[in-house]
Write a protein that binds this ligand. Structure first.
Ligand code: G3H
Ligand code: 13P
Ligand code: ZN
Length: 336
């Protein structure tokens, strides 16, 4: 089937009461890992690319790899989403390239670092909604600012400094007409989210629940949602890596989120950890190897295992065949 829109995937997820993982990719092996996991678990899936990923893959390679994914796995509904678009121009170029969904992250200025004003965020996001919906493309917005900056997105501030205000979130959703809303609840991108297992004082699930209470019909998005499992950290460190002790977002908290309106869960770091651990293991155990396939195959397998586990935990497993895809034209007509 052709690429589907994220809006359709999330509407279906809301009907079924489950969440959908949005996994970041940069190359062929990561796309293959996700598609294999989706086939094994019969899951609809969101594949997302950051600006860095688009530049790394020169955009066209990424696009054609995604078309290959739809040909090789025709039974899997897959949306191609732009992660953290920094400006309306970036979103426009993604739409022209064939993305079926874009994120306009107007919580930050176009530099991707400086927190913006509410007025700027509404204006930039509204502009993208008008442009995208005319073509049937889905839009995710963000209100509140994620912590951390190590992976290129975020204000470089304490993750609790810009937690989303529920009343402002409700006003923002109405003012912009977005399809999905990313919120800040104390998470950050990358491996170093928390220095201990998070409790309610540092992971604000109460804020998420209140946002859902005020915005029951809006699909909520959790960014920075890698769980940073200890076993993946251990493999890296066992084979010469140097990760400091760290905690991510426990899967049970994500599942609580899913029961409270979360439909899209962003995961990148866990897959990076799985890939790196698998490659380090081959390098340490078989130093004589130099065929890239000898380490990329185990890396692909390790990422697939993590993705399949998340698909099952988020509840999307088993839902790939639930519905027929709507075209961009049909989605555009619905928005009109
Ligand atoms: O939002 C952060 C994602 O993990 C993508 O990271 O900008 O390094 O590709 P990236
Ligand atoms: P992680 O770094 O927790 O995987 O978050 C990824 C993300 O939010 C991408 O937008
Ligand atoms: Zn993010």
């Amino acid at each position: 089937m052709p690429l589907v829109t994220m809006r359709q995937l999330l509407d279906e997820a809301a009907k079924g009461g489950y969440g959908v993982g949005a996994f970041n990719v940069n190359n062929m092996e990561q796309i293959q890992s996700i598609m294999e996991a989706a086939r094994e678990t019969k899951s609809p899936v969101i594949i997302q690319a950051s600006r860095g990923a688009r530049s790394y893959s020169q955009d066209r390679f990424l696009y054609h790899l995604m078309i290959a994914a739809t040909e090789v796995y025709p039974e899997i509904p897959v949306a191609l989403h732009l992660d953290h678009g920094n400006s309306p121009e970036t979103c426009k170029s993604a739409i022209e390239m064939g993305f079926t969904s874009v994120m306009m992250d107007g919580s930050l200025m176009p530099d991707g670092k400086t927190p913006s004003t509410y007025e700027y965020n509404v204006k930039a996001t509204r502009e993208v909604v008008e442009m995208a919906h005319a073509k049937g493309v889905t839009v995710e917005g963000e209100i509140g600012v994620l912590g951390g900056i190590e992976d290129g997105h975020g204000a470089g501030v304490d993750a609790l400094a810009h937690v989303t205000d529920p009343a402002q979130a409700a006003e923002f959703a109405r003012a912009t007409g977005i399809d999905a809303l990313a919120i800040a609840i104390g998470t950050s991108h990358g491996a170093y989210k928390f220095t201990r297992k998070p409790t309610g004082d540092i992971l604000k699930m109460d804020v998420l629940i209140e946002i859902h209470r005020q915005l029951p019909a809006t699909h909520l998005v959790m960014h920075g949602s890698s769980s940073v499992p200890k076993d993946l950290q251990d493999i890296i460190n066992q084979y010469g890596g140097k990760l400091r002790p760290t905690w991510g977002v426990p899967v049970e908290e994500i599942q609580l989120g899913i029961r409270n309106g979360v439909r899209k869960i962003n995961v990148d770091t866990d897959n990076r950890l799985a890939i790196t651990g698998a490659i380090r293991k081959v390098f340490a155990e078989k130093p004589e190897e130099f065929d890239p396939r000898s380490y990329l195959k185990p890396a692909r397998e390790a990422m697939k295992k993590v993705v399949a586990q998340r698909m099952t935990q988020f509840g999307q497993a088993g839902h790939a065949g639930d519905y027929a895809p709507l075209s961009l034209q049909e989605m555009a007509a619905r928005y009109r």
